[in-house]
Design a binder for this molecule. Structure first.
Ligand code: MG
Length: 335
């Protein structure tokens, strides 16, 4: 044993977190489904796949512009299932860990928010658990949510192929920037809202339009687009070239990113998906996304190449630079 301890960077969704999972949680584990480290796990069930995922939420503040921890906890799980192709979400579970003294009124608001998000996603919470920690042993509220879905075809985050178009379903960075703006009382909250939303309806439409031409999907949550695409490129052994001029940003998002000095590509999204699409289906997938209220600003932002494995490059119009995941966690408790 060493004296090494857990650091905030281990929770940042990037390289350090993947290293922790590899070295501790996957130590001695040979199960290929666990080792795939996908958005969820797929288990064969008759002629279908049962997809299972779980997620814990620790966001601060609990209520932020555009959402709250309850909406986040439902959306996070629904989206991880949808990223694997399981858009029919059968049911969710919810474990609530709450600090002594937490206002019941706030807890009721969170519960109502979870219920509304479930209605949007056409799913339900069917079982749960409640634990109370003594005052000071926990900061407010932690939600842990799991979910199961069914699909005929599993989509993996490892499926990118050279030539694929990289599509994002809307503006980048809104969740992380909205939470940080609220935390820092920047006064941008009126304009800037988290994008937190369940995406299974949007993804269902894209899959219906693109079918097997959708080679890979992933939601760019912690670590943002840079982390998600780096992981996808590493798993597929490909490179990704992004076109900076094609990246969709909201005006308030752009303003907040500049004010906070934060790279919007490194910030969490909670209502966006990245898709790797064979060029033959790009137009039809984009049309399907544009037809859904959550995909109106979907755009092709780059393409997959045979360059250096695991690299993500940004064409700025003046040249090309490589995007690297951050080593530390400048943004703890963003989701
Ligand atoms: Mg995910």
């Amino acid at each position: 044993m060493t004296d090494d301890r857990v650091e905030l960077a281990h929770g940042a969704g990037g390289r350090a977190m993947r290293a922790l999972i590899e070295s501790v949680f996957l130590a001695g584990v040979t199960d290929p489904e666990a080792r795939a480290m996908g958005d969820g796990a797929a288990i064969p069930l008759g002629d279908k796949w049962l997809v299972l995922t779980t997620d814990a939420h620790v966001v601060a503040p609990i209520f932020f512009p555009g959402g709250d921890i309850g909406r986040l906890s439902v959306s996070g799980v629904v989206n991880d299932l949808a990223m694997m192709g399981a858009c029919d979400v059968l049911a969710l579970t919810s474990s609530v860990i709450v600090e002594e003294g937490f206002p019941l009124e706030a807890l009721a608001r969170v519960q109502r928010s979870m219920q509304l998000a479930c209605e949007e996603a056409h799913t339900r919470i069917v079982t749960g658990d409640t634990k109370v920690m003594r005052r000071g042993e926990l900061d407010g509220l932690v939600l842990s949510t799991s979910g199961v879905g069914l699909t005929d075809r599993v989509v993996r985050d490892s499926g990118l192929e050279p030539g694929d178009a990289i599509v994002v379903t809307g503006t980048l960075g809104d969740h992380g920037l909205a939470v940080l703006s609220a935390r820092n009382a920047l006064g941008l909250e009126g304009d800037l809202r988290s994008d937190v939303a369940p995406l299974n309806g949007l993804v269902r439409g894209a899959l219906a339009a693109g079918g097997a031409a959708i080679h890979a999907m992933k939601d760019p949550t912690r670590g943002g687009v840079t982390s998600a695409l780096t992981e996808m490129a590493e798993k597929a052994g490909v490179s990704i070239l992004l076109d900076e001029s094609a990246l969709p940003m909201s005006a308030p998002g752009r303003a907040a990113a500049e004010l906070l000095g934060i790279d919007p590509l490194a910030v969490a999204n909670e209502g966006k998906a990245l898709l790797g699409v064979h060029p033959s289906a790009l137009a039809s997938v984009l049309a399907a996304l544009h037809a859904h209220p959550l995909g109106r600003l979907a755009a092709c932002i780059g393409r997959v190449t045979e360059g250096e494995k695991g690299s993500v490059l940004l064409d700025t119009g003046f040249g090309t630079r490589r995007l690297f995941e951050r080593d530390g966690d400048p943004l703890p408790r963003i989701c």
